[in-house]
Design a binder for this molecule. Structure first.
Ligand code: CU
Length: 150
């Protein structure tokens, strides 16, 4: 009878510690649902939905909140930028340049609705917002979905 309450107390403490780790993990993410607008600042996919199966040519629609879209020709302006889709890549750290290649697609005209073309396969697509010099605004301005192209 002496050991049981102690065991229970330890279990409760362990449970509390686990919950704290899970909660702080969630707080560190920009936002949990890549298809939902963030509460303050961030980007989200209006289309396609996370986990969707799409054709080899499909429509993508980008949302941004707390910053403004403008063409890259406007130059580097605080709080402004354009969308990118990073193919099978996670977000780029803030301040890093987004390369120009087939895994980093720039929408430098300020597009918020585009047609993407990909060969069949499983993809992780990260929408990344970056400034007029193509310098990333980091993970808080990124949202990743997974799609199957068939
Ligand atoms: Cu760019």
């Amino acid at each position: 009878m002496q050991t049981l309450p102690l065991f229970t107390k330890r279990s409760a403490l362990y449970l509390l510690a686990s919950c704290t780790v899970v909660l702080s993990g969630c707080a560190g993410m920009s936002h949990s649902n890549p298809n939902q607008p963030p509460s303050d600042k961030g980007v989200w996919w209006l289309e396609p939905q996370n986990g969707a199966t799409v054709g080899q040519s499909f429509k993508a629609k980008f949302g941004v909140k707390g910053m403004g879209v403008e063409p890259a020709t406007a130059g580097q302006n605080a709080g402004k930028g354009h969308h990118h889709v990073l193919v099978n890549q996670m977000s780029k750290p803030a301040g890093e340049i987004i390369p120009f290649d087939d895994k980093h697609i720039h929408f430098g005209a300020g597009q918020t609705e585009v047609d993407l073309k990909l060969p069949p396969g499983q993809y992780k697509l990260t929408m990344q917002f970056a400034d007029g010099f193509h310098l990333s605004y980091g993970k808080d301005m990124a949202a990743t979905i997974e799609v199957t192209v068939k």
